[in-house]
Design a protein around this ligand. Structure first.
Ligand code: C2E
Ligand code: MG
Ligand code: MG
Ligand code: MG
Length: 281
């Protein structure tokens, strides 16, 4: 009924609704200030080669250290940052900060950065930004990996692929994040030569516990092998999930069992501490 009355109907002015709008506006204003106030921080989650437990990289994960609300996770502000376009300057900060940090790591350790679809819009000049940041930070292009999701490909497929090819030509890598959660991921695998497939953690969560999860994960690993695309499992929480992924022939893993995301100062501490636990595996 409220719908039939159109915009401006009474439903909009119900107190609960009103509070939501106000809260949203507050967060939006806070977001605008956050960059200038240096309230954003990156945590890094190690990625391991499963075959020999070697550290091969880390994913940069954004957190917002809000002066009143404390540490806010991406799910609670990235959607709003995307809607408002603020993800563009925030994403630029993320990229620069992640590259700067990774430049001080051993040269065989790569850095993965999540990129939102909005950052790909032509007018935002991602193609100009990437070489500039690589030069500024001295990071070799092959050490930088962009994680994109199907959301980018759903918009304008031709333009998205053109942009990805341009990035690829700079020498950086492109991985397909959250694989298996979208609509028609298989056709994308044929249309673009991704450097890596990240198997969504919802499938990893069921490993060892659900036959369907086992079958799906094993099939994706096999698919990757047949297409010559390495796979990585995200969200590994248990020793059993770690062992199963390795047994399936999955190349790499990431998750709290290996290490939680860590601030730059202590990035590989937990990873190293837990080495023995993984050796038993
Ligand atoms: P994602 O790229 O799929 O990142 C993996 C998420 O899984 C991270 O959540 C990570 O903390 C979480 N995770 C890792 N291991 C485990 C585990 O063992 N168990 C469980 N339950 N979770 C695990 P986080 O940090 O909350 O980030 C959520 C999403 O926000 C990311 O998903 C990504 O889509 C987005 N995001 C994070 N940082 C950025 C960024 O800098 N830019 C953009 N555009 N998006 C970002
Ligand atoms: Mg990711
Ligand atoms: Mg993911
Ligand atoms: Mg995810």
């Amino acid at each position: 009924r409220a719908k039939a009355e159109g915009r401006g109907c009474y439903a909009l002015f119900e107190p609960a609704m009103n509070r939501k709008i106000l809260e949203r506006r507050t967060i939006e204003n806070d977001l605008r200030r956050a960059l200038g106030n240096q309230e954003f921080v990156l945590h890094y989650q190690p990625q391991v080669r499963l075959q020999d437990d070697q550290l091969i990289g880390a994913e940069a994960l954004l957190r917002w250290n809000h002066p009143e609300r404390g540490l806010i996770m991406p799910a609670d502000f990235i959607p709003l940052a995307e809607e408002t376009g603020l993800i563009v300057p925030i994403g630029e900060w993320v990229l620069r900060e992640a590259c700067r940090t990774a430049a001080s790591w051993p040269p065989n350790v790569k850095i993965a950065v999540n990129i939102s679809p909005a950052q790909f819009a032509l007018r935002h000049g991602l193609m100009a930004l990437v070489p500039k940041i690589l030069e500024e930070t001295g990071l070799m292009p092959f050490r930088l990996e962009f994680e994109i999701t199907e959301a980018l490909l759903l918009r304008d497929l031709d333009r998205a692929f053109a942009a990805l090819h341009e990035l690829r030509a700079l020498g950086i890598r492109i991985s397909l994040d959250d694989f298996g959660t979208g609509y028609s991921s298989l056709s994308y695998l044929r249309a673009f030569p991704f450097d890596r497939i990240k198997i969504d953690r919802s499938f990893i969560a069921g490993l060892g516990a659900r036959d369907d999860s086992n079958a799906i994960v094993k099939s994706v690993v096999d698919l990757g092998r047949n297409l010559n695309i390495p796979t990585i499992g995200e969200g590994i929480e248990t020793i059993d999930q770690y062992k199963l992924l390795r047994a399936f022939g999955c190349q790499a893993g990431q998750g709290n069992f290996i290490s939680h995301p860590q601030p730059a100062e202590s990035v590989f501490g937990e990873f190293t501490l837990r080495k023995d636990e993984r050796r038993v595996a």
